[in-house]
Ligand binder design. Sequence first.
Ligand code: PEP
Length: 258
Amino acid sequence: MARRPVIAGNWKMHNLQQEAIDLTNGIMQAIREEEKSRLPEVIIAPTFTSLYAANKALKDCGCGKVRLAAQNCYFEEKGAFTGECSVQMLKDTGCEYIIIGHSERRQYFGETDEMVNKKAQAILQNGLIPIICCGESLEQREAGVTDYHIASQITKALRDISSSDAAKSIIAYEPIWAIGTGKTCDSKEANRVISMIRNVVKGLYDENTADSIRILYGGSVKPETIKEQMAQSDIDGALVGGASLKVDSFSQIIKGAM
Ligand code: PEP
């Protein structure tokens, strides 16, 4: 089955509104001439306060080539949850995707597998697509428990989610030791882990779901690494942090995935 590649930029806690507008416009300018049918699905994930501005820039351009994601959400619809944003609120701001379970949220903000699962359910119930992050620490890799740990994260994240919802979800395999460190995971090893994840999905559902779900690699992806990563059998794209903050490097990564 042909899965459409995805290149998603996680801007983390960067970019004031004007910077978000400039970066959004810059990316759209850089891919303007590219045919929509050849482009991977391009997603940008600005911080909450820049979502409105980035969405407006996307709408003003009207080219429909770039989609909007949030970096987090809360699973309740509304209520006394100071500081949180519901899926509906993010949808209202133009988001079509939401990143959940990023290792920085797990590490600094106590996001658990159970919360990731509740968020995934809320996102899918509202017609949006979760980008579910998973990944092992260096200690876990050295202890030889990478596959066990990731299989457990994915199994818990997908609990009570139907096969049709799982099939449209996106998973991002992001080894923690590769995030923001400049150390990219060897492409063949990333592909091995990603095909293991696909096998876990097959075990939880069936072959069709496993063939449909898109699984990205994330961790110090750069213009120089993307071609080899995309050449692997099971890598469907990339979740990009640092290199998504510059028009040049992000557009080179997008073009490298075509
Ligand atoms: C990320 O934040 O998801 C990420 C992969 O960051 P970087 O590309 O900077 O390693």
